[in-house]
Design a protein around this ligand. Structure first.
Ligand code: FAD
Length: 341
């Protein structure tokens, strides 16, 4: 049975612009839930350039992608937004009462009065390794992300890749699996050095097996793998495996956003510049996913769009409430919401 969640606002995408929207919505007492395909907040900043410095965020002469994400998470913490990671919004349907019903690929239904699409360049989708017939095993015994760690408990797991996702999941899953083999094409990793050191310690203790090589063929039936064939420096090997996690990076595709009946401009959603509302009243689009004349795909543009969107969203959620414009510097009411007064 689907899980049903009722909220004021659903924000699709927990990139920097979506995250800041939770702040602006929170100041107006609107409760929001985030849905994101990735397993962490930060969108492009956290996924594509966590350690790169950004120089054009107002008030920060320099901040890395990850530090900006961490600061945004701290800034919105008083409003306790709820996060649903590792799932994609597949569909949005307008209901007779004007509200929206959203369905995810994790069998959840969200009911919201307002939808904010902050989906950036679209959905990050895993790159599929060049392995014959891998599709037959996908989502049964081959996964591109970990939704529930319990699915890997007592399994023979093969993880392929050398980036943060491969190393993070190697370390997180090792204590609960029956066996774990990490495969990377060379013994040089792109992941955080602390994770690499920890992984090497576990290899030294015989708790995980590390092989340099590439995956070839998969053996199994009815979607369940039983062996992964590898081409390694030491020759061809066949490793017993009941779960395979290939982490070959991500590509960005517009994905299901294109099918939601919104007026588009190429691969972006047309909005007005007063409220950043789409062609469907009650659905807003902010950040890189939207388009209007003069649009700049900058984080600071998305922050401005979030502030104006929130004012319009408030009118939809609480049509009878009068909103008085206030500064956070001087309003004790706003400071109470932020937990500082
Ligand atoms: P994103 O950061 O793209 O986040 C969108 C989120 O939505 C993603 O997490 C995605 O998984 C999720 N999503 C999409 N579709 C769905 C769906 N159907 N269901 C669930 N989740 C979904 N900008 C600057 O201002 N200054 C810079 O110096 C700068 N440097 C950059 C350097 C690089 C290398 C790159 C790649 C970009 C840079 N940018 C910079 C651009 C900046 O990162 C983007 O403008 C910003 O990330 C847009 O934020 P966003 O919240 O709109 O979307």
């Amino acid at each position: 049975m689907s899980t049903e969640i009722v909220t004021d606002v659903v924000v699709i995408g927990a990139g920097p612009c979506g995250l800041f929207a939770a702040f602006e919505l929170g100041l107006l007492d609107l409760k929001c839930h985030f849905i994101d395909i990735l397993d962490r907040p930060g969108g492009q900043c956290a996924e594509l350039y966590p350690e790169k410095p950004i120089y054009d965020i107002p008030g920060f002469p320099v901040v890395t992608g990850q530090d900006l994400t961490d600061n945004l998470m701290a800034q919105i913490a008083p409003f306790a937004p709820e996060f649903h990671f590792n799932r994609m919004v597949n569909s949005i349907e307008k209901q007779e009462d004007g509200s929206f019903k959203l369905a995810t690929d994790a069998d959840e239904i969200f009911h919201a009065k307002v939808v904010v699409i902050a989906a950036g360049g679209g959905s990050f989708q895993p790159k599929r390794p060049p392995v014959d017939n891998i599709e037959a095993f996908e989502n049964k015994s081959v996964f591109y992300s970990v939704r529930k760690m319990d699915d890997f408990r007592d399994q023979d797991v093969v993880i392929v890749g050398g980036g943060d996702s491969a190393l993070d999941w190697t370390l997180n899953l090792q204590p609960i699996v029956r066996s774990l083999t990490l495969v990377h094409r060379r013994a040089v990793f792109k992941a955080a050095p602390a994770s690499v050191n920890k992984m090497q310690e576990l290899v030294g203790e015989g708790k995980i097996n590390f092989l340099t090589g590439q995956i070839g063929k998969l053996d199994g039936e009815n979607g369940q793998i039983n062996h992964v064939h590898l081409t390694t420096d030491a020759g061809d090997l066949s490793v017993p495996a009941t779960r395979l996690l290939p982490f070959f990076g991500l590509t960005m595709k517009l994905g299901p956003v294109a099918d939601w009946g919104l007026e588009l401009n190429d691969n972006t959603i047309k909005v007005d510049t007063e409220k950043f509302e789409t062609s469907v009243p009650g659905i807003f689009a902010i950040g890189d996913i939207n388009w209007y004349p003069g649009k700049l795909k900058l984080i600071l543009s998305g922050f401005h769009e979030a502030a104006l969107m929130a004012q319009a969203a408030k009118k939809i959620v609480s049509p009878d409430e009068r909103v008085v414009f206030q500064y956070t510097t001087s309003s004790t009411k706003l400071q109470k919401k932020l937990g500082v007064a």
